[in-house]
Ligand binder design. Structure first.
Ligand code: SAM
Ligand code: SF4
Length: 348
């Protein structure tokens, strides 16, 4: 077999966009229209690649309220943000999340409102989220083996997650995808079974390369890299070809099975970083604005949302954050400094 062409998101994708006046454009010309909002730092799992077992969680008073989040989003959309993803920690632990979804889905400038979840609580919330206007859900699933789930996530929960996936599919969202982190020596032997599982369920699976953002010491040797994943699937599940109808700004390289039955995405953050086309900004659950997952600095927005909204200052903070964005993370170099926050406290 010929090695699968790993199409370079920067070469093969047309990621050029015309900036309009008022867009959040950084010094590298990247337009930031994609906002990730963490609604909580709490989680009902403790995935070893993401967070430590013992954590001092934020007090509920520290979290941005739904009204504060909505006010912030309305200001961000005035600068061209039109994609919003809710995440965490585990976002479904935030009480009445569908109320926030309802507030955000009323903002007409938002073209895509999505959620990333571990799926554990989705069974009871899927319908309410759909009715509130959520468009898409990504569900994390790293193993189909109950004992391994417990080793990897430090809690039982495979059955609940699988029920959550089915509930998501049955609720009729625009799309349901799976996110899988493959770590050598931990779950690299499940790439094929996970890909087959997704194909049978007729949903896309995206493999994310393991990044140095969790609590555990990270080693490059543990990263199962994009081409290894693709080659295994191509050989053992079905031949893959690069997808043609991909979102040029999305970080995933996408492939479809030659028989047309299914899609596989690869987020090659380590072996093929996509920083050059990054369009993301993030806000943490307590209101810290971050211009990169790996940012070492952040801007505290909460004082400008509480007790009252200071729109002008928030706009200045948004512009300041974007304009100071670096070219990209450095985790393939000696210069890399791991952020103090682990993934669950940033919002993945
Ligand atoms: N709790 C939700 C979940 O697990 O989907 C949302 C938050 S979680 C931080 C978002 C995504 O980040 C998950 O898909 C998770 O697998 C991914 N993630 C966490 N730590 C990671 C790491 N070190 N490398 C790559 N992806 C990671
Ligand atoms: Fe929780 Fe998601 Fe992190 Fe796992 S990846 S510990 S589910 S926040």
């Amino acid at each position: 077999m010929n090695p699968l062409p790993i199409h370079d998101p920067l070469i093969n994708k047309d990621h050029t966009q015309a900036a309009s006046f008022g867009n959040l454009v950084d010094t590298f010309g990247r337009i930031h229209n994609n906002l990730r909002i963490s609604v909580t730092d709490r989680c009902n799992l403790r995935c070893v690649y993401c967070m430590p077992e013992d954590v001092q969680f934020l007090d509920s008073k520290e979290l941005l309220s739904f009204e504060e989040i909505t006010a912030f989003v309305k200001i961000a959309v005035s600068r061209g943000v039109n994609k919003v993803r809710l995440t965490g920690g585990e976002p479904l632990l935030r009480r009445d999340l569908s109320t926030l979804v309802g507030f955000l889905s009323q903002i007409k400038e938002i073209k895509d409102l999505s959620l990333t979840t571990n799926g554990m609580l989705l069974k009871s919330q899927a319908v309410a989220l759909k009715q509130a206007g959520l468009n898409r859900i990504t569900i994390s699933l790293d193993t189909l083996l109950p004992d391994r789930f417990k080793d990897l996530c430090k809690r039982d929960g495979l059955e609940q997650t699988l029920e959550g996936i089915d509930a998501g599919i049955n609720a009729g969202f625009q799309s349901i995808k799976l996110n899988t982190v493959c770590i050598n020596g931990i779950n690299d032997d499940e790439v094929v079974t996970l890909a087959k599982f997704a194909r049978e369920k007729q949903i896309e699976i995206r493999f994310i390369e393991y990044m140095p953002i969790g609590a555990n010491p990270w080693e490059k040797a543990k990263v199962m890299v994009a081409h290894e994943i693709l080659e295994k699937i191509d050989k053992e599940v079905g031949p893959l070809v690069p997808a043609t109808n991909y979102d040029p700004m999305a970080p995933a390289m996408e492939f479809v099975y030659e028989d047309g039955k299914g899609k596989v995405g690869i987020i090659a953050s380590v072996s093929k970083p996509f920083c050059q086309s990054c369009n993301r900004i993030r806000i943490t659950a307590e209101g810290k604005l971050r211009n990169c997952l790996f940012a070492l600095e952040e801007i505290d927005i909460r004082p400008f949302l509480r007790p009252e909204v200071d729109e002008k200052s928030i706009l200045t903070m948004l512009e300041t954050s974007v304009i100071s964005k670096w070219a990209g993370h450095q985790f393939n170099t000696k210069e890399f400094i791991k952020p103090l926050r682990t993934m669950h406290a940033i919002g993945g």
